[in-house]
Design a protein around this ligand. Structure first.
Ligand code: FES
Length: 165
């Protein structure tokens, strides 16, 4: 058991060490195209996002063209090619949420955070994204903060919610 007073060394991990870890992961899964999505998930978990350089590294290991890896990364909304903020706020724009004010929520968040969907604040604290239905239609409009669902969100109360993060 690690000592509770020990500090985590993750923050000190160099990019080189992170690449080594990803190489090990690729070896563990098997350097095959069928494992690409799992490998991308792990790589995003390690780096926080999938830079073009990282995509090239994975493409080389799997002997795939970069365009193929890039195509997968940009197809799935949960992959990010830019660093994300500490808090990712996802606003549902599925039909129920849209009808009940989802667009107003986006507009209010744009005002408060001064960023648009797909962007991150300069202090790297918040990222904003738009989502499809997250299964809370009965209590729309809904948003997520780092995956946690907040239901019946009121645009006027967003400032408080953000201030408390
Ligand atoms: S439409 Fe937003 S939760 Fe379903």
């Amino acid at each position: 058991m690690p000592n509770a007073t020990e500090t985590c060394a993750c923050a000190q991990e160099t990019d080189e060490q992170k690449y080594e870890r990803i190489a090990e992961i690729i070896e563990g899964y098997g350097a095959q195209k069928t494992n690409l999505i799992q490998i991308l998930h792990m790589a995003q978990g390690i780096f926080g996002y999938l830079s073009l350089e990282l995509q090239q590294f994975i493409a080389d290991k799997l002997r795939l063209p970069l365009s193929e890896v890039y195509g997968v990364v940009t197809f799935y909304s949960y992959f990010s090619t830019t660093p994300r903020g500490k808090y990712t706020i996802g606003v549902c724009l599925g039909t129920a949420c849209y009808v009940r004010g989802g667009k107003k929520i986006i507009d209010r968040l744009k005002e408060i955070l001064n960023i648009g969907p797909g962007e991150t604040t300069p202090d790297q604290k918040f990222s904003l994204e738009v989502m499809r239905c997250i299964g809370a239609c009965g209590l729309a409009p809904a948003i997520t903060v780092n995956g946690k669902v907040h239901k019946q969100v009121n645009a006027d109360k967003l400032k408080t919610l953000i201030a408390n993060l």
